[in-house]
Ligand binder design. Structure first.
Ligand code: GLC
Length: 565
């Protein structure tokens, strides 16, 4: 196929619900304490019954696990901890049998320092072709003892590490926007571009439906590698990179996505890209999802938005306006493997997510957070476009904030000088069944790589399945309604005037969603049919921190007649 992609109006990804499988923590088939492909294969029926459209599997490639697999040593293999390539192929085919699409996670900004390319680059010395695939530079200062510029690693500390040259002397520095074990690739290198396009084809040949693209706004750097401007990450509102920034959101990055789009569009059925594009704001985000670039991108402004009606409405409107202008749908998201779980976040005084290096941890009221999380789920799943769920949010899991420090694996803990605990608390293995750890995560007697709180017994999937009104029951019902009611597939939304602190909007076919973020109950119209509510209604009153879906007009067809929670 050549030429621009005529965007099909009905592309499945336009309103898909994607489920993020953080593979290390989803399900452990072989009992080594670490989740794996066998574990995912055993849970496909659960995912189908939940009602999601696709699964995104976090990196499963061979990796030293310096950053939980986001340090890839071989992009076309499977880490033996997770299984084999044959297992992966079987998983893709079984997922398809369950009507689930499979999206892999590609990490093109950096490789592992154990990748063959980096291992070849070290002994090859300055100026070599092998070093040209990465960003090696001489240091500043009389003896090159200072890093080439002031860039900081996302995990803390300088973004440069100095190497020892083959002659034993200190030599060049290499760039790593993340951990030193994650050297950044130089995307001006033709070899790098060709290799990744071939990797896309490799996995497309194995039947995968698309990729989530790691830090998709970071691949291209200002070639002069200037110092970065000061950047107030703690500023109020969603964090934004300064408009001109040397390693985020450089214009040249879009050429890469156009080239990748051509690779995806050459396939039948068409394959899909979901970008991890953070910190660029709605207009910036829209540039990544133009018709000949990525299909969609996670909406981090929504994730970071505080639990506040005005702020949420502004985020929703800003997103829809910016993405609508390029014909792209939004993909809403509340949690992922990098962020504090939203049950905890929404139970804190400061409800917006704060980013990786913010170590503040005020106390969370988990009951309040759970109530709001139920409402947030109905809000997210009623919005136009797609959504992405993070494993365990459908069970109501909270952030595990008291993991013993000696078990912490996130490089943030070490790189921040033991100041920021990092992301392990949202990566604790999933409780599936039973009354005690490992809660069916692995076989009886196995020890999950991070300890599960005993109180998760009440949240295990089996318990949630048995309990009417559980978080799992709410998600299942919401996802079922999303599939059944065609109004959810309509474009856009219409705001309905409502009291301060509340959000009411209409989708297609008279479907309405009301969310009460105020301090007073919200009266819902009497002549409605309630489809689903996050908390029991009190007559026609929607309680504080609750949400409901309803239709205003009397139902017309038999499918629209069903009611109740
Ligand atoms: C993305 C991933 C995160 C990882 C980082 C570096 O933000 O989601 O887990 O640490 O990229 O690859």
């Amino acid at each position: 196929m050549t030429g621009p992609n005529p965007r099909p109006p009905g592309g499945w990804w336009r309103n898909a619900v994607i489920y993020e499988v953080y593979i290390r923590s989803f399900a452990d088939g072989d009992g080594d304490g670490i989740g794996d492909i066998a574990g995912i294969r055993g849970r496909l029926a659960y995912l189908r019954d939940l009602g999601v459209d696709a699964i995104w599997i976090t990196p499963w490639y061979p990796s030293p696990m310096a950053d939980g697999g986001y340090d890839v040593a071989d992009y076309r293999g499977i880490d033996p901890r997770f299984g084999t390539l044959a297992d992966a192929v079987a998983l893709v085919s079984e997922a398809h049998d369950h009507d689930l699409r499979v999206i892999l996670d590609l990490v093109p900004n950096h490789t592992s320092s154990r990748h063959a390319w980096f291992r070849a680059a070290l002994p090859s010395g300055p100026g070599s072709e092998a070093r040209g695939r990465y960003l090696f530079r001489p240091g500043r200062g009389p003896a090159g003892e200072e890093p080439p510029n002031n860039w900081e690693s996302a995990f803390g500390g300088p973004a440069w590490t100095r190497v020892v040259e083959p002659d034993g002397r200190p030599g060049e520095w290499y760039l790593h926007l993340f951990d030193p074990e994650q050297p950044d690739l130089d995307w001006t290198s033709a070899a790098v571009r060709e290799e990744f396009e071939a990797t896309l084809d490799f996995w497309f040949d194995h039947g995968v439906d698309g990729f989530r693209i790691d830090v998709a706004m970071a691949l291209v750097k200002d070639p002069t590698l200037p110092d970065a401007p000061p950047w107030d990450r703690a500023a109020v509102g969603p964090p934004r990179v300064p408009p001109v920034h040397p390693f985020f959101d450089q214009a040249g990055v879009h050429d890469i996505w156009r080239a990748w789009r051509r690779v995806a569009d050459a396939r039948e059925p068409r394959r899909v890209f979901v970008g991890e594009v953070a910190l660029v704001g709605p207009a910036g985000l829209a540039r990544y999802v133009r018709p000949d670039e990525l299909h969609t991108a996670f909406n981090f402004d929504f994730l970071r938005c505080p639990w506040d009606a005005d702020a949420l409405r502004a985020t929703i409107d800003g997103t829809l306006a910016a993405l609508g202008a390029v014909g792209a749908p939004a993909t809403w998201v509340l949690s992922n493997h990098d962020e504090t779980r939203h049950v905890t976040r929404l139970g804190r005084a400061a409800t917006g997510a704060r980013g990786l290096l913010d170590g503040r941890r005020d106390v969370a009221d988990l009951e309040l957070g759970t109530r709001r999380a139920r409402a947030a789920a109905l809000l997210m799943l009623a919005l136009p476009g797609g959504a992405c769920l993070y494993q365990g949010e459908e069970l109501g899991l909270w952030e595990v904030e008291d993991l013993p420090v000696e078990l912490l694996q996130d490089p943030t803990w070490k790189r921040s000088g033991h100041r920021v605990r990092g992301r392990d608390g949202c990566r604790v293995p999933i409780p599936w069944s039973g009354d005690a750890p490992p809660f069916g995560f692995g076989p009886p007697g196995s020890v999950p790589w991070l300890p599960q709180p005993p109180a998760w017994a009440a949240l295990a999937a089996a318990a949630g399945s048995r309990t009417p009104g559980s978080m799992l029951a709410l998600y299942r019902r919401a996802l079922r309604l999303r599939r059944d009611k065609r109004g959810f597939a309509a474009d856009g939304l219409r705001w309905i005037p409502s009291p301060r602190g509340t959000l009411v909007f209409e989708r297609g076919g008279g479907l309405r969603c009301a969310v009460n973020l105020s301090t007073e109950p919200l009266a819902l119209p009497a002549g409605r049919t309630t489809l689903l509510a996050s908390l029991p209604l009190d007559d026609d009153q929607l309680p504080v921190d609750a949400a409901a879906w309803y239709v205003e007009t009397p139902p017309t067809g038999p499918r629209d007649g069903e009611a109740g929670r």
